[in-house]
Design a protein around this ligand. Structure first.
Ligand SMILES: Cc1cc2nc3c(=O)[nH]c(=O)nc-3n(C[C@H](O)[C@H](O)[C@H](O)COP(=O)(O)OP(=O)(O)OC[C@H]3O[C@@H](n4cnc5c(N)ncnc54)[C@H](O)[C@@H]3O)c2cc1C
Length: 430
């Protein structure tokens, strides 16, 4: 039954749940009071509350603003920067000026103090126009800034957050190694204590922003050979003797986002450069990166939205056999599948964000959301190319880029198979 006051709300006579997801960007402040932290809310559905899947007014404003900025300044160059493999630093700085890079960071450190759904919206809108930019931004805003905001000392936050939030400096997050991808615990980069400092040796690969980054969070092992204990995270700066990055990799997709190896040869680091607690680095990483994991699906939903928008437009305009191809049932079926699975992926992804904000364990749901959304985006990319026919195969239309970009969703930040392992493990627990 429809809620009498709110046309988009479904009201059930037995259970009414209200999910209020506020969040503001820029000059607006986060209204934490309205967020569902009232007693009983954290335990989920509560009698007398209403389930509301619509975005709040603040979220809609954020969405409209970031969309406008992307359409005005990013869309005209999105194809070009992909072909040239060039990261648009001017646009990145514009994002900093508008407050998007520090969306999650408290205002004390130059951030906007918004909620996670705001960040989801920002990431999705960026990826809708250029998933490569969305990926580089996410590394700065989430893997670096959010990690630092949660684990860093006061001095570290004051030193590193403002320049990254403003967009003046680029950051990277260095976990993967040539012999340790899915098997993160097998990483071999070693930080050894020598006198009053550490000496770091090893190499990292597939590092987003690696060729351009000013700051690097580097995950190392300080003790033991395997297992979750014995890891330590460091913040390192470009220019540190022994730290270097390789040339940008040539990639299938996400081509404007620079990716490279990062080499560490006898790099000296002071205890003040340890991020979090020595030997607890892996545990810190797993706990802190939940926020990043809860947003993983945003890349996929952004790309799939772009596929759907382009396909709808093309299907209406392209005429064959004297009719728009949108009138053919096979084309309609692809559009329907695309729109339906996108809606499912996004709604579920928003639920994962909500669960995270409620302080719930999101292991199973975050993996499910990434798994489903990633496969959905690749399917959307394939269908978008199919709907465009030969024009989908050439670079004049952006759908071939969407398809190339979408494939990374199934690899980066944990492959599809690893997400399945997580879901299976959680399902079979106990
Ligand atoms: C463009 C790009 C950007 C990236 N950015 C970053 C970054 O900024 N920072 C960073 O640290 N890393 C980054 N990565 C690394 C990324 O997270 C890894 O590529 C990913 O985790 C997979 O690791 P791998 O490539 O070593 O593949 P592997 O782990 O070698 O996997 C190869 C295949 O084996 C399968 N497989 C492996 N183990 C299992 C298992 N137990 N069960 C079933 N199947 C399995 C995988 O699913 C996959 O199909 C990036 C990668 C790319 C391509």
């Amino acid at each position: 039954m429809e809620h009498p006051d709110r046309p988009n709300c479904i009201r059930d006579s037995a259970v009414e749940i209200e999910v209020v997801l506020p969040g503001l960007i820029g000059e607006m402040a986060l209204d934490h009071q309205r967020f569902s932290r009232t007693p009983g809310r954290a335990s989920g559905a509560t009698r007398g509350e209403i389930m509301d899947f619509s975005l709040s007014e603040e979220h809609r404003i954020t969405q409209a603003n970031i969309r406008k900025l992307c359409e005005r300044e990013l869309e005209p160059i999105a194809g070009l920067i992909d072909r040239e493999g060039r990261y648009p630093m001017d646009f990145h700085r514009a994002l900093g000026r508008e407050g998007y890079l520090g969306a999650l960071i408290p205002p004390d450190f130059g951030g906007s103090g918004a909620d996670l759904l705001t960040m989801y919206i920002v990431k999705e809108e960026l990826c809708r126009v250029s998933a490569g930019v969305g990926m580089s931004v996410a590394i700065c805003a989430l893997n670096f800034c959010n990690f630092l905001a949660k684990l860093g000392t006061e001095d570290q936050k004051r030193k590193y957050l403002p320049p990254v939030i403003s967009g003046e400096k680029l950051a990277s997050y260095c976990l993967t190694e040539p012999n340790a991808g899915s098997d993160t615990m097998g990483l071999q980069t070693r930080a050894s204590r020598r006198g009053d400092r550490y000496v770091i040796n090893g190499s990292k690969t597939f590092i987003t922003n690696g060729p351009l980054a000013d700051f690097f969070i580097v995950v190392t092992r300080t003790s033991g050979q395997r297992g979750v204990r014995g890891g330590t995270n460091f913040i390192l700066e470009r220019g540190s003797p022994g730290l270097s990055s390789g040339p940008p990799f040539e990639k299938l997709g996400m081509r404007c986002s620079p990716t490279s190896e990062v080499f560490l040869e006898d790099v000296e680091a002071w205890p003040s450069q340890v991020l979090g607690t020595e030997d607890q680095g892996f545990i810190d990483m797993f706990n802190t990166l939940d926020a990043e994991r809860s947003l993983a699906a945003a890349t996929a939903t952004g790309i799939a939205q772009a596929c759907l928008d382009a396909s709808l437009k093309y299907a209406r305009e392209r005429v064959q056999f004297g009719r728009p191809i949108a009138s053919f049932q096979h084309v309609q079926a692809m559009l329907v599948d695309m729109a339906t699975s996108l809606e499912l992926a996004r709604t579920f992804a928003h639920k994962v964000v909500w669960l995270y904000e409620q302080g719930r364990n999101i292991n199973r749901q975050a993996a499910m959301a990434k798994l489903f959304a990633s496969q959905m985006a690749v399917r959307a990319g394939l269908d978008a190319v199919q709907i465009h026919g030969g024009y989908g195969y050439i670079t004049e239309f952006p759908v071939e880029r969407y398809l190339r970009d979408a494939k990374l969703c199934e690899i980066g930040g944990g492959t599809t198979e690893i997400q399945k392992n997580i879901v299976a493990r959680e399902l079979l627990k106990n």
